[in-house]
Design a protein around this ligand. Structure first.
Ligand code: GCW
Length: 857
């Protein structure tokens, strides 16, 4: 009772840690009106424990109890419709769940009237308290059950009849999990939600509970396979011990109809098998793969297949032996064929060592996929699928669709999307990605002058192929939030819903996700919808716009701003920015020729500046900073304005979120967790804005027409304060510090102060922001005083809180801001920052802003 009262007093519901994702089955608001329309029992047709129809029965029971507090009995029927247990439900309305085949066996007459379903499809019919949920196969029945539960969870208990077949057969997720922690990328490469749920210390974890919970989430949105290990694959994955462990993971997946798939290292026959070669045309190599594949299928008879990254970023592949990529892919296809498995072979093939920007104006990494795969379309076996990243470079905030989709006509293809926000804020920034995916999927490539949307190419419709679909790099981890941020889970949800049906709207699935994840409280749904829908455009604005890519530090964490890191190296993510001009000339007439890789209508559009959309201008063209866009602005002024506009949107997010405090479904744990990230994002968006603007102002020497860039009237630069124990420090890259410098403690054990007299500040109430750097190795402490009053004390502990890539440097990755609101200041007060260094972190401070209400600087 006491704790109930306490909860009521704080206005928060019981804490939630996010583990259940959108499958919380929390009590719905209009449970009373629904109660009368619910069945009283669940009938499962020919269910086997451990398989999806059985799971569907359990989920229906759990869900209806959670949503409405109504306990349903489960009545199991055998293949002829006879009760399996001794306690068949007596009378009342039932929800019947099973496969179409099982239903046909027990209800032949009714079954004759069912609509046609394709692979994995389901039929759902709810009428006056009875429901029928049938799957074309076992997992189809589970998909149907989850679909109905999603409706019920939104308080929708109306009658419905629906037949749904997924648009594409391949709806996979990729995990980039390493067998072992360490190396350059930790336990999950580009993972921001903790360590691998599958592997630890070179082995499959003994406890695979999380694998089952993950599969449950995936099945609920129609996803059907998980590649459990990194495409930069460890050959040890194929040792007998590891294979046994993989079988244990597959056992956890199976009840949800989720299949296991494996990433392979192309050189395994040599490095693991001890053969003298891994040449794909060498019979002993083929035999080695056949044997390994048989061993896997002996343990995991329903394994989905393989994923291979070859001849890319240092990975071995067929080209090592002058064989084609098709020779490589087909070798796996042959081993898999007798087992019904498929091989997803990645098109992310390029050379990151020899591209030279200075010597060769026509060098271009974007061309690589088409250059390598062209001419191979006739060569792939029919269980090969080429997995193509959505854009020609690498998961950037804005890329044109990869032209390779238009080149492979006979060969099945899948699109690779990235749920883990590698270049897009690493889950420390809210960026809802579905609107971007929709644009890519709806893009019309005009193959042979006919409508050829990406989505119809990958589904197989456009070229009449059986296989094809979606691969999403998800990279969940052991964190209970899965991805490291509650709000980021909308991306996983939307990915699954889109892969099933690319016709759904990004806002529609978002609203559904919010209702299930938090509550269907009108304001909760509207506000989170708004925040999410503005997030991708805002991120694009405050990071990199006009198609220039994200401008993250591509040599370090792919996170904070460092525009100079794009150029001058062979990674080929160039901007070619100099004192006068910027952009990649990818035209045929004068540039790298990349534009010509598209079918003629699209190629013609991108070839000319006049017909290239502004948001891809710098992707396709090299232009002066003074070039005038279709919007009427110059390129440089657009940069300045967009960065200000994007960062301004980020400033609105914390207050929007705060407006939901105490609303239904917003418990304290998730509230605080999200608020922390949004405040952080608002601060880091300013770091982005200023870094990029300073950088291009410095390069172009063209001032901002509105006089904002480089002019910060509310800031007090730390290096201009009176320093005791602190010394000025020149930051690299220079643009990552206001005024190019910050202060650091003289030694890593000096407690230091920076102080200033607030002579020019009028007595009043202000927000005080401190910009500082929170580095990976150390937990400095900062204290802020105004007069004799301590305003705040905080630690440099982001490395334990935010999952983003850590950086040991004072740079755009570690630059951050803390804001203290409503601070009373008297003219002439002394403002003081006291820094206590720790480890390698010398309590760095960039500046302090004294902000009158409504101003952000
Ligand atoms: O974007 C790059 C990433 C690598 C990744 C690679 C790939 C798994 O930085 O971490 O490696 O793409 O997709 O293969």
């Amino acid at each position: 009772m006491r704790s109930l009262l306490l909860l009521a007093a704080t206005g928060f519901a019981a804490a939630e840690d996010g583990l259940a994702g959108w499958l919380r089955y929390a009590r719905v608001d209009n449970d009373r009106s629904c109660l009368a329309r619910l069945p009283s029992s669940i009938v499962t047709l020919n269910a086997t424990q451990g398989l999806p129809v059985h799971t569907a029965g359990q989920e229906l029971a759990q869900g209806i109890q959670g949503f409405f507090g109504k306990k349903l009995s489960i009545d199991e029927r055998d293949e002829r419709g006879r009760p399996k247990n001794n306690r068949p439900a007596k009378g009342g309305k039932a929800v019947t769940v099973g496969t179409v085949a099982a239903y046909r066996a027990s209800h032949p007459r009714e079954a004759a009237r069912l609509p046609e379903l394709g692979d994995d499809g389901f039929y759902l019919s709810v009428s006056r308290g009875s429901a029928l949920i049938l799957g074309q196969n076992e997992r189809g029945a589970l998909y149907g059950a989850f679909r109905w539960l999603a409706l019920l969870g939104q308080g929708n208990c109306s009658d419905v009849t629906l037949a749904s077949t997924p648009d594409a057969s391949i709806r996979w997720v990729n995990q980039w999990d390493n067998l072992q922690d360490g190396g350059t990328h930790g336990s999950v490469e580009r993972g921001y939600g903790g360590d691998s749920i599958f592997f630890w210390d070179g082995e499959v974890r003994p406890d695979q509970t999380r694998a089952g919970q993950y599969a449950r989430l995936l099945a609920s949105i129609g996803l059907n396979a998980v590649v459990v290990n990194n495409v930069n694959a460890d050959p040890r994955t194929l040792t007998p011990e590891l294979m046994d462990g993989l079988a244990r993971i597959a056992d956890q997946f199976r009840p949800y109809g989720v299949q296991l798939a494996l990433a392979l290292n192309f050189a395994s026959p040599q490095t693991l098998g001890g053969l003298p070669t891994f040449d794909p045309l060498e019979p002993s190599v083929q035999a080695w793969w056949d044997e390994a594949t048989n061993e896997l299928y002996r343990r995991i008879p329903d394994m989905a297949g393989y994923l291979v990254k070859a001849n890319s970023e240092g990975q071995p592949g067929p080209m090592t032996y002058n064989r084609t990529l098709a020779d490589g892919a087909n070798m796996f296809a042959r081993s898999l064929k007798p087992h019904g498995g498929i091989i997803l072979f990645r098109a992310f093939v390029y050379n990151h060592q020899t591209l030279n920007q200075t010597l060769d104006w026509k060098a271009d990494r974007a061309r690589a996929a088409v250059d390598y795969f062209d001419g191979l379309d006739d060569d792939f076996l029919d269980n090969v699928v080429v997995q193509i990243k959505y854009g020609p470079i690498d998961f950037q905030v804005r890329e044109p669709v990869s032209p390779l989709f238009a080149h492979l006509v006979k060969t099945a293809t899948a699109i690779e999307l990235q749920i883990t926000q590698e270049y897009l804020g690493q889950q420390a920034h809210l960026v809802y990605l579905a609107p971007m995916w929709k644009e890519l999927l709806d893009f019309d490539l005009r193959v042979d002058g006919r409508e050829s949307r990406t989505r119809d190419i990958i589904s197989g419709k456009r070229f009449g192929r059986r296989l094809g679909g979606y691969a999403g790099v998800v990279n969940v981890g052991t964190n209970t939030t899965w991805l490291g941020s509650h709000l980021a889970m909308s991306n996983l949800y939307a990915y699954g819903r889109l892969a099933w049906d690319p016709d759904v709207t990004s806002e529609g699935v978002l609203r559904e996700w919010i209702a299930l994840t938090f509550s269907d409280d009108r304001r909760v749904v509207d506000v989170i919808t708004h925040m999410s829908m503005v997030s991708w455009p805002a991120y694009e604005n405050y990071t990199g716009n006009l198609g220039v890519q994200t401008l993250t530090d591509i040599l370090l964490g792919h996170y904070g701003p460092n525009p100079a890191s794009q150029d001058g190296n062979p990674w080929g993510q160039w901007t070619r920015a100099d004192g006068d001009s910027i952009g990649m000339d990818r035209t045929v007439w004068n540039g790298t020729g990349f534009a010509g890789q598209y079918p003629p209508e699209v190629a013609a559009r991108y070839e000319r500046i006049e017909t290239t959309p502004d948001n891809l201008l710098l992707w396709f063209h090299h232009v002066p900073y003074t070039h005038v866009l279709k919007s009427g602005k110059t390129v440089i002024q657009h940069f300045y304005d967009a960065h200000y506009a994007g960062a301004a949107v980020a400033q609105t997010l914390p207050a929007l979120w705060k407006s939901l405090r105490g609303r239904r479904g917003i418990d304290r744990e998730r509230y605080e967790h999200v608020l922390f990230r949004l405040e952080y994002q608002a601060g880091h968006a300013l770091v982005w804005r200023d870094s990029i603007n300073n950088f291009y102002f410095n390069k172009s020497s063209i001032p901002d027409e509105l006089g904002r860039v480089g002019r910060h009237p509310y800031r007090i630069e730390a290096e201009a304060m009176t320093l005791d124990g602190y010394v000025p420090y020149a930051v690299s890259p220079f643009e990552a510090a206001s005024g190019t410098r910050c202060i650091v403690t003289r030694t890593n054990s000096t407690r230091a102060t920076a102080s200033t007299v607030l002579r020019n500040v009028k007595t009043g109430v202000y927000d005080v922001a401190v910009n500082y750097y929170d580095m990976a190795h150390g937990n400095s402490t900062w204290e802020l005083y105004v007069g004799s009053q301590r305003i705040g004390r905080w630690k440099g502990d982001h490395e334990y809180i935010l999952g983003k890539a850590p950086s040991p440097y004072i740079d755009g990755q570690t630059a951050t801001r803390i804001t203290f609101r409503d601070v009373r200041i008297r003219k002439g007060d002394v403002l003081k920052v006291v820094g206590t260094p720790d480890g390698e972190e010398p309590a760095p401070v960039d500046y302090v802003s004294i902000l009158p209400k409504g101003i952000v600087d």
